[in-house]
Ligand binder design. Structure first.
Ligand SMILES: Nc1ncnc2c1ncn2[C@@H]1O[C@H](COP(=O)(O)OP(=O)(O)OP(=O)(O)O)[C@@H](O)[C@H]1O
Length: 268
């Protein structure tokens, strides 16, 4: 999120979500795999400059919702996936870093830039990949291969790969689920720092997580999905101050949000 973008966010629109600019919308999206209905009339707006978490029972359709947002899947008739502009740029980070083991960190980040729709030259791809790796703190590991990186570093490389393509909206599918708790906590705050940094193009983040704690700490809004066929049951705003910082878990608002989310998860 650039400083200019932040400045565009007027206080009226924060107080009244109805006036906020929508980057991406799912409207009435239903989807089945074969004869198994997975999503049932899912509607969700992703606003400019917000961090959304999606919480829901295992197998309910959270990853499927992200794939719809990416337009890798299409909704059934009557549903729509709308973007704020035809060239809205989306990035994706998966639970596993999915790095090519025979390529260095730098080559892994360069690869989609050289092969993707925009097709950057080798020199441009190298520059973009180097700055993305610097942003995630891997500037000293450019030539390391994935097996020479820790799990957290591999996931940072995967985040760098997504950031290198300058996405406006970043979709993340349980990005820190496979990491130990300390690394996960560290990466949570690193992600927030990247999101707030004027050096990235990021406006909005949508993150699937299984962690109530993580969703309360990071998000502006938490989207709760029901069991399959999933719908959006609740959208809970989190009123913690921004920027989010370590120690905010001590605030009454954090405890109130966690309690509220736990209560609603129990009812799913
Ligand atoms: N390509 C596919 N073909 C058939 N069924 C699929 C396909 N992809 C997902 N499913 C099914 O759709 C349902 C929703 O899957 P999805 O991965 O979206 O759930 P999820 O909420 O992300 O799960 P988890 O929290 O366990 O990661 C599951 O029952 C899954 O088996």
């Amino acid at each position: 999120m650039t400083t200019a973008m932040k400045e565009q966010m007027d206080s009226a629109s924060v107080q009244n979500p109805g006036t906020r600019e929508t980057m991406l919308s799912l409207r009435n999206c239903s989807l089945s795999f074969g004869n198994v209905p997975v999503l049932d009339k899912v509607s969700l707006d992703v606003y400019r400059n917000e961090f959304i978490s999606i919480l829901g029972p295992s197998g309910c359709g959270k990853s499927t919702t992200l794939r719809l947002m990416l337009r890798l899947l299409s909704p059934e008739a009557g549903g729509e996936v709308a973007y704020s502009s035809p060239d809205l740029s989306l990035g994706m980070v998966f639970q596993k870093p999915v790095l090519m083991p025979w390529l260095s960190a730098l080559q892994n980040v360069m690869l989609p830039l050289e092969l993707g729709e925009k097709k950057f030259s080798k020199g441009e791809a190298r520059d973009k990949a180097e700055s993305a790796l610097r942003l995630v703190g891997l500037q000293d590991y450019l030539n390391h291969f994935p097996h020479q990186l820790s799990g957290g570093m591999q996931q940072r490389a995967a985040i760098a790969r997504a950031l290198a393509a300058d996405p406006t909206v970043l979709l993340m599918d349980e990005p820190f689920g496979a990491l130990d708790e300390l690394t996960r906590e560290k990466l949570n705050f690193e992600l927030l720092r990247l999101w707030e940094s004027p050096e990235t193009s990021l406006s909005s983040i949508v993150m699937v997580t299984h962690s109530i704690h993580e969703s309360a700490l990071l998000s502006d809004r938490v989207v709760m999905m029901s069991p399959r066929p999933a719908g959006v049951t609740d959208i809970i705003p989190v009123a913690l101050p921004s920027p989010r910082e370590a120690g905010m878990e001590e605030l009454p608002e954090f405890h109130r949000t966690v309690k509220e989310l736990r209560k609603r998860v129990k009812h799913l």
